[in-house]
Design a protein around this ligand. Structure first.
Ligand code: MG
Length: 252
């Protein structure tokens, strides 16, 4: 079932999304060689709670931390812990904040110091793919128009588009219908309407699209051990689309 949101509800998602985005900006300033992923989790958790929010991922289906920290070959759902971030790593952070009963969901990848040119390109292409996907979040289009736009940006580079995990609608629940894959033919799936709020989130691998889950039951890694990049915004379907996971008073 697709839950349409009123403008008042979208403003609550916007407030949650703003908090999530501002936590993300704080983390981007602090991610550096020598910091542990547990440090990132602690800082994010404190900032979300200080703002009166709740970290959306904490306890979600039993997830043990407040954010996901996915380093290098970890695609998504990395559990923060003692791992020390090193020069040359890429660090993906996925984080959600719940405020006034509504979630905002966002993710980004940053490079720590110098990384290979192909990894830089992977980051740029994933970010561009997200932008192209967002541009399709317009009333009258269909869900797979977003999917196809993401794929169209990525495919020419031959990078692996993760298929086992997809974007989703967001609202009172962190994951609502419909799913938003990052691949597919255009013109398929539910028609987009005002009131739909979607988390669009390409997860793109340098090598194979195939992934596996580690024994902890959470950590998703690339099958070939090559790096993976993740960018995500929560977006209200509108013309133009409104991104809700931005800091300050922009968009939304
Ligand atoms: Mg998400």
């Amino acid at each position: 079932m697709i839950v349409l949101k009123s403008e008042a509800e979208i403003q609550k998602i916007r407030a949650a999304g703003k908090l999530a985005a501002e936590v993300g900006e704080m983390l981007k300033q602090r991610i550096a060689a020598g910091v542990t992923t547990a440090d990132l989790d602690r800082w994010a958790d404190a900032m979300i709670r200080d703002a009166g929010g709740y970290p959306s991922f904490k306890g979600y289906r039993g997830f043990p931390a407040s954010i996901c920290t996915s380093v290098n070959e970890v695609v998504v759902h990395g559990i923060p812990g003692p791992r020390v971030i090193r020069e040359g790593d890429i660090v993906s952070v996925d984080l959600g904040a719940r405020l006034m009963g509504y979630h905002g969901d966002t993710a980004f990848t940053v490079a720590v110091g110098e990384v290979p040119e192909e990894v830089r390109l992977l980051m740029e292409v994933t970010q561009r793919a997200l932008e192209r996907g967002i541009a399709q979040a317009v009333p009258g289009h269909r869900v797979s128009d977003i999917s196809h736009a993401v794929e169209a940006e990525v495919a020419p580079h031959g990078f692996g588009i993760v298929r086992d995990f997809v974007g989703h609608a967001v609202g009172r629940s962190l994951h609502e219908e419909p799913q938003v894959p990052n691949y597919g033919e255009p013109g398929q799936g539910p028609r987009l309407r005002r009131g739909m709020v979607l988390a669009i989130e390409p997860m793109i691998n340098l090598g194979t699209e195939s992934v596996r889950v580690l024994k902890d039951g959470w950590t998703v890694v690339t099958l070939d051990g090559k790096p993976s990049v993740h960018f995500e915004h929560t977006v209200a379907v509108d013309d133009p689309p409104r991104r809700l996971t931005v800091p300050g008073d922009g968009d939304g």
